[in-house]
Design a protein around this ligand. Structure first.
Ligand code: GLN
Length: 483
């Protein structure tokens, strides 16, 4: 009962005609997860998964239908779950169990998707390589010496290695798009506010957004349709009707105007990545798209803007981890103050501490105007740059990452180098725009390359259509590591 390389529609057809069962698919996923040495999962609870699978089979037997009913899904361990630990990749929450399910988890359970476990990620989603996880780095299935990207690295690995057909991720500054690119799968981060943040452990609330990861754009569309929707429990959730993102995938691309921001193709883009991106753009032209030169002049400024705003919000969000309300508490303290101090000193990793320090600094009296306020102004200007570009194009295309995946350990003592590598994903995050990564080939060392597509607000269906049409004429998304 292998789900490997089968689309979600094919799985649903098999579940419908009885040739597959949710229990069989779930057993298969659990076996593959147990046999994998890629460190993609933080918590697996076979009994909880099998109970959900049996329930899905019973729902189908009683006549219920649904694209995801009985299909396995892996959740990034940023979404809280009752039946699995919810760690955010941190020692602080290493044994934490949530009393409730995140809205995304709840919505997918209602759709009948079967959770097969919680995936590895950078601590509190801070990072681009998965190496900041308290549970150790996940490994890239295309080359186990390579990072899988981050922070949703475990989710990307789970899909790329065929451990689960679908996975959820979260993207604050690129964490769905970048690991999808580095693992050769498809990933989409929707418009900010589309997917509920209720039960998503907070990193930077004005940027955090849940997203979908799968082999193909069509599978992402089916997953995102179930994830997204208004949630009164999240005050930033957008009050829009639910949308079927898989509708209209078959519409051809003739006449589509694709903007290429000059700044995304400037110095710093590795030759191997550039070659794969160029080839994919020629393919889009063959499908009827027209390439248009555009400019996003503040692209470089997105790095300082993001690395002020995100740590500022993180320093506030992470103040709740005080040894009293959630998770870890030091065993060694003399009074309340030393309990707080030691709990946080022992519970957080180096990158999280670095960001709390930066965040507290840029918000402090005397520095707020110089850093935080300036960053907010830049953020507005970056959004305006996009608005100007979208006046003349339908989508924007470029690389996701300046290079293919680097080696585990290669950059761990150089955090700024990691920050700079976020240059192409941060602008859309700061503007709240939807962004997607589509596999378009391989670079040095046979490591995957992703094409980024950025849409205007609420243009998820269009992005998915572009990805789907591209995938109807290419097979990069069907390639498998070791295949
Ligand atoms: N690499 C970026 C950071 O470290 C983005 C991470 C994310 O999107 N969660 O903040």
């Amino acid at each position: 009962m292998r789900f490997e390389s089968r689309s979600v529609r094919a799985l649903a057809a098999g579940l419908e005609d009885g040739s597959l069962s949710a229990v069989g698919l779930t057993r298969d996923a659990l076996e593959r997860i147990a046999a994998s040495d890629l460190n993609a999962f933080i918590d697996v609870q076979p009994e909880a998964s099998l109970a959900q699978a049996r329930a899905a089979d019973a729902r189908r037997a009683s006549g219920q239908r649904g694209a995801l009913l009985g299909v396995p899904v892996a959740h990034k361990d940023i979404f809280v779950t009752r039946d699995w630990r919810s760690t955010a990749g941190s020692k602080m929450l290493a044994d934490y169990r949530s009393p409730f399910d995140a809205t995304v988890v709840e919505r997918l359970a209602q759709a009948g998707a079967v959770c097969v476990g919680k995936t590895n990620c950078d601590e509190f989603a801070m990072g681009s390589s998965n190496e900041n996880s308290y549970f150790g780095a996940a490994r890239n299935p295309w080359d186990p010496a390579a990072i899988p990207g981050g922070s949703s690295g475990g989710s990307a690995v789970a899909v790329a290695a065929g451990l689960a057909p679908l996975a959820t991720g979260t993207d604050t500054g690129g964490s769905v798009r970048q690991p999808a690119a580095m693992c050769g799968i498809t990933g989409i981060k929707p418009t900010y506010g589309r997917v509920s943040r209720w039960g998503m452990i907070a990193y930077a609330s004005s940027l955090d957004q849940g997203g979908a990861m799968a082999r193909s754009a069509e599978d992402c569309a089916l997953l995102l349709s179930a994830m997204a929707g208004f949630d009164p429990r999240d005050s930033t959730s957008l009050e829009r009707p639910d949308e079927d993102f898989a509708r209209g995938l078959d519409q051809p691309l003739a006449g589509l105007r694709v903007g290429l921001p000059r700044e995304f193709f400037a110095d710093g883009l590795a030759d191997d990545v550039r070659a794969a991106i160029d080839a994919s753009l020629r393919q889009l032209e063959q499908l009827g798209a027209r390439l248009v030169d555009v400019s996003l002049p503040r692209t470089r400024l997105s790095i300082p803007a993001y690395y002020v705003i995100a740590p500022a919000e993180a320093s506030s969000n992470l103040s709740r981890f005080d040894g009293v309300r959630y998770g870890y508490r030091t065993g060694d303290y003399t009074d309340l103050r030393s309990m707080y101090e030691r709990t946080r000193a022992e519970g957080f990793g180096a990158e999280v501490k670095r960001r709390i320090l930066v965040g507290a600094y840029v918000l402090s009296h005397g520095y707020y105007d110089a850093y935080y306020l300036q960053a907010q102004k830049l953020r507005r200007l970056i959004a305006q740059d996009f608005a100007a570009a979208f006046a003349g194009v339908d989508v924007i295309a470029g690389p996701v990452s300046p290079t293919v995946a680097w080696n585990i350990g290669e950059r761990t003592d150089d955090p700024v180098r990691n920050y700079l590598a976020d240059i192409y994903t941060l602008p859309a995050s700061l503007a709240g725009l939807p962004g997607m990564s589509v596999p378009v080939g391989f670079g040095a060392g046979g490591r995957p390359v992703g094409l980024q597509l950025i849409g205007n607000y609420f243009a998820e269906a269009l992005l998915l259509r572009v990805g789907h049409q591209f995938q109807q004429h290419t097979d990069w998304h069907l390639r498998q590591p070791g295949g």
